[in-house]
Design a protein around this ligand. Sequence first.
Ligand code: SF4
Length: 907
Amino acid sequence: MSDIQLTIDGKKVTVAKGTTIIEAARKAGIEIPHLCYGGWMIPSGDCRLCVVEVAGSKKLAPSCVYPAANNMVVMTSSERVIKARKMVIELLLSDHPFDCMTCEKSGSCRLEKYAYELGVSTSRFKGEKHNFKIDESNPFFTRDYNKCILCERCVKACSDVQFVNAIDVTYRGFKTKVATPYDRPLQDSPCIFCGQCIAVCPTGALTEKARKGKGREWELKKVETVCPYCGVGCNLQLNVKGNQIVKVTSALDSVVNKGRLCAKGRFGFDFVHSRERLTKPLIRVGEKGEGKFRDASWEEVLDLVANKFNEIKKETGPDSLAFLASAKCTNEENFLMQKLARAAAGTNNIDHCARLCHAPSVVGLAATFGSGAMTNSIHEIRHTDCIFIIGSNTSESHPIIGIEVMEAVRNGKAKLIVADPRKIRMVEFAHLWLRQKPGSDVALVNGLVNIILSEGWQDTAFINARTEGFEAMVEAVKEYTPEVTSKITGVPVADLKEAARLYAKAGNAFILYSMGITQHTTGTENVMALANLVMVTGNIGREGAGMCPLRGQNNVQGSCDMGGLPNVLPGYQAVINSESRKKFEKHWKVTLPDKVGLTMVEMMNAIAERKIRGMYILGEDPVLADPNSNHVIEALKSLDLLVVQDILPSETVKLADVVLPGVSFAEKDGTFTNTERRVQLVRKAIEPPGEARQDWMIISDIATRMGYPMKYASPAHIMEEISLLAGNLFGGVNYERLEGNGLQWPCTSEEHPGTPYLHKDQFTCGLGQFKPVKYKGPYENPDEEYPFVLSTGRMLFHWHGGNMSRHSVGLDKIKPEADVEINPVDAKKMSAGDGDLVEMVSRRGKIVTRVKVTDRSPEGVAFMTFHFKEAPVNRLTLDVVDPLAKIPSLKVCSVRINPVKEKAGGV
Ligand code: SF4
């Protein structure tokens, strides 16, 4: 596009043709007042505050929609302009409440700002005042439409930024207001409580409920940090007054999420201030599981833990100890946790919850590509041509990535294929929905590869130049003809062919997947099948083409990178490789164990067999998160010493012998690594409560008392060691360089800019490895006694074991109770309606919960989340594991469901 030159307030400015006057003025450093305009939306020119005078034009021009022209001369604050703006403000004030002294928005209200700047303190127009009822009915925000100026920014944020369409302008004339369909409360509308409307509201019409009376805008300090919930790693600003977080915002230019947040990120921070926070070290006094403790001093608990661990180690060897690192904790804390296990205790028995989500990605992608991480960056999603989502409830589990996908589809460029047994929200945006039977993913993906090969749509040049093992893979997919695949998966042949065509013929294609792919006894094979699909079409190694495991928790990527796994040291350096060990041994001055340690599920079995006697759990809740939780509870109760370090009481804390109070994300410095491998700074915003202590200090103290001194000055100091020992990924990472947008690993030297996408000219392992895989089907199938398939997963308003989200008042209010989704046909058969109680029974346990009747679940399939301790669904799930990645089959097990009349809660 050619450039034009114009003059604004005497300043010459050159801009691209098509630029509006308001944008051109911005370029010249001149801010034109505006209310309805926002750089993120299509401008409407409604509010008329941004008018300017254009030489030669009789009328004033709304600068947000008026295109700049060559040689144009613009005056942004001439007498005419100021007069017009004053009039606009006066008109707006004519029906606006004058309660700025108590309005939460005072200090950041744009109406107040412009009235002040223009010297408008009253209005000549004495109009009628609105008397809209202030809506406080939802737990997150206050809606006071008496202060609404009808700029429609909230409506556009809802429809164009978050793709929700929960609100619009309704009624006519003076009664005009923004409302949901039929003017119902937000909670009865499609609203997802992302709070984007609050973020863009220029006045006090929409404000956060939780902030009321806690601080004026100018009193708030904004601390940049990273969301503690999901692996998207959205950039947050904690708005702090004194030692309290008042609200959460996000900068429009934030690198990961561009100012967008979901309900958890924006409103789910008050767990930090929960009265239930663990604030003192505790020692058990009652029976195990009773949750009765006495207060103790740090000296006492640290000595107790170190002495008992040493005693166990001496009596039955280092492998009688086990450690769980934490995907909620920082890289630095995880690094120290595995160092404690390996260097101080002498065991590789260290694992964490990645075992329950993406262990098959780590194993399957390492075997095929050489690296188990997301290959590309989040922002590339909007530049791709085809997106294939399989086994990912993206809009609920990774909401901001869900929005990226919606944006890509809305731009009209990308085709979207969704493969999921449930009718998830992403289906609404899909060009094609493949509703495969649960557990039939290998057959589905092999079937797509079969069609691609039969049609000759493969990328032969890529296959020849970049891969090996193609022939064996071709042989393996031969039997998955469209007809055979359709029979196994339940997906019509025509849809299979269309999906194969859309994916293979796209210029660039992305695969997004998550736990619907990995949480199976064939999880690794599912991942390998997808890797075959990627390589056969050459959809990797460039911007906009790749395969993206969407990592679950905020720092599950980092916990893996830091070696919180039983087979690898930091930087995925194998424990069985003597060269790798030597490097660490030299630096750590200790001999390291050379045998691969136990995984989470194996640890529980080893505890039951008394092979493990002492365990240290950092910020995890295996009682709720692990499969077959009755078995987990029994195992943990039988330990000689269970140490749990956490910020809030959990089901696992109840079983502990010693409880160590750690600190929340808002109370610590460190780094998290998000799903796109971006290492980002986490910054301390407030002081921790009571005697809660920095987690890295607690771990260091225990190691030191065990006889292995660990001395660090700060998390930045720990990062120096990570950078040195895991130089293959972190060689160029340091806190100074992380300021701003962070760095995407691999970042191997101070000069390395980081890596937005992997496998550019060659795979991390050299040639990509095709892996022939065959469909095996689920381990447990429905039968007469247990006729339902039970699938488990996450939902938008809660997270993992609910330890943070259920201690967040708003999130818990909006979704206080568990329910099991069943199809209307199944509900009718068992005469159960919405809200009725049912008992769910598997071969491993039973629970009671409420029914939600919905066609989201297909007939014969029940779906339930694992966030609720009152209805702990993992009592039912199967602890049979994938033989390669050792992930349990959390997505498929068999249950029966019977209506009951008892009270809700575990049985
Ligand atoms: Fe936090 Fe994930 Fe929501 Fe972003 S999408 S605000 S990281 S929970």
